[in-house]
Design a protein around this ligand. Sequence first.
Ligand SMILES: [Zn+2]
Length: 288
Amino acid sequence: MFLTKLTIMLWKGRRESSNVDDRRGMSGGGLAVGGGIIGVIALLINFFLGGGDASQLPQQLPGGGSPEMNTEQQAAEEELAGFVKVVFADTEDVWNTLLGQNEYQDPRLVLYRGGTESGCGYASKASGPFYCPADQQVFVDLSFYQELKNRFNVSGEFAMAYVIAHEVGHHIQYLMGTTEKMAKARQQVSEKEYNQLSVKLELQADFLAGVWAHHNQKMKSVIQPQDIEEALNAANAIGDDNLQKQSQGHVVPDAFTHGTSEQRMYWFKKGYQTGDPKQGDTFSDPDL
Ligand SMILES: [Zn+2]
């Protein structure tokens, strides 16, 4: 599953965020067990019929590994987890510097596999990465990395960094009160108008991801030209227009009302080039 080697962004040996809740070994998917779900059911039936004892109940596997992955795949997933934690730490460094430690409170990162509870409801693999304002946490099922690759044809770990930075962008919107304004608007405006606002919110999160990349580069010189290319490819691939073409029949949650591919690339680039958070007022942009 995670066989792609991470090579481009210079991230190895750098600080990993400590604001991480790694639930991969205990995700609600319940598949971290030999024999998969059928095995679990068989064991449970066995248990409830009195034919077994609690010691036979499935145990969590150490290190969040799952028998569906071989050791090489597990190592690759650990590497990806490490990368994501470094990126998360990078967002902490940049936003604490830009906004000041009084203004900025670090969000938390929840890594899960299959499914987990969030303050915004049950998260499944199909939810894709998202930010939940109710608990100020970013939820990521690492298999999304592979999905980017297989489904959207986007490769490279910086595509994943962009996705993380976009979610942290939503956290900044929460801190700035924008999220609350949106919640109020939802009750006051038509669905069509709300969707337009939603596009602006999403494009602003893309812009903030670009601002992060700009300052991360300034502070740490870890981003290479291909990385930005990858982020733009990701922004391109997961624009609404593309997703709608892709999804046909099955729902892509959190997919719509993000803006077109071109808009997403435009705003990420604008953030990356200017590095100026003040230039990201998508809400007053006459073209949107
Ligand atoms: Zn978003």
